[in-house]
Design a protein around this ligand. Structure first.
Ligand code: AR6
Length: 187
């Protein structure tokens, strides 16, 4: 299934895009994995990424850079994926919202973009980190994701020119479009 281009928001020299689709099919310099601290193959988007990359090769590469504390990110090759790299970002498990979850989730996005810049990458595609198995409520997580990307791109885009949020469901994508529209004004 090709992903459906939905919306694009210019931010300085870069653009933030929102797409409906499957992250593992996205052509970008890097896709971001919603990972665990051990960087072990799991379920959800992580499982899909490992299957599509080649699970043995990706696990060996992860083992070299593991562990990754919550709120941080590590990079490996993308192996058989269309994306050249996978940035493994560890979001928090939702524990009610008063355990630093927002700061940790923001850290996962910011660290991912910092790692991308440090590797000279121009395009990075994200899933909605922590909103599946880790239980983070969707709209608050989308707010953290969009604000994190906006603040990194506004402060120092570096080599970044395209940040893509890839959502499985149109309603989820619309939430991102609404939040970006509110932050950036009408398209
Ligand atoms: N493309 C785009 N988004 C997807 C895809 C896909 N192919 N598959 C799922 N999603 P989750 P987490 C969405 O559970 O909550 C793993 O076991 C999904 O609908 O993948 O951060 C890891 O190893 C949801 O909105 O990640 C960790 O142990 C979002 O991706 C743990 O789960 C994230 O859901 C991480 O949990």
């Amino acid at each position: 299934m090709p992903s459906l281009g939905l919306s694009a928001f210019p931010v300085g020299p870069a653009v933030i895009e929102v797409e409906v689709g499957d992250l593992v099919l996205i052509s970008a310099d890097a896709i971001v994995n919603a990972a665990n601290e051990q960087l072990l193959a799991g379920g959800g988007v992580c499982g899909a990424i490992f299957r599509a990359a080649g699970p043995n090769e990706l696990q060996r590469a992860c083992n070299v850079v593991a562990p990754c504390p919550t709120g941080q990110a590590r990079i490996t090759p993308g192996f058989a994926l269309p994306a050249r790299y996978v940035i493994h970002a560890v979001g928090p498990v939702w524990r009610g919202g008063s355990h630093g979850e927002a700061d940790l989730l923001s850290g996962a996005y910011r660290s991912s973009l910092d790692v991308a810049k440090a590797h000279g990458l121009s395009s990075v595609a994200f899933p909605a980190i922590s909103t599946g198995i880790y239980g983070y409520p969707f709209e608050p997580a989308a707010r953290v994701a969009t604000q994190g990307a906006l603040s990194v791109l506004r402060a120092d885009p570096g080599t970044l020119r395209r940040v893509v949020f890839v959502l499985r469901e149109p309603d989820a994508a619309e939430t991102y479009v609404k939040l970006l529209g509110q932050s950036l004004g009408a398209r």
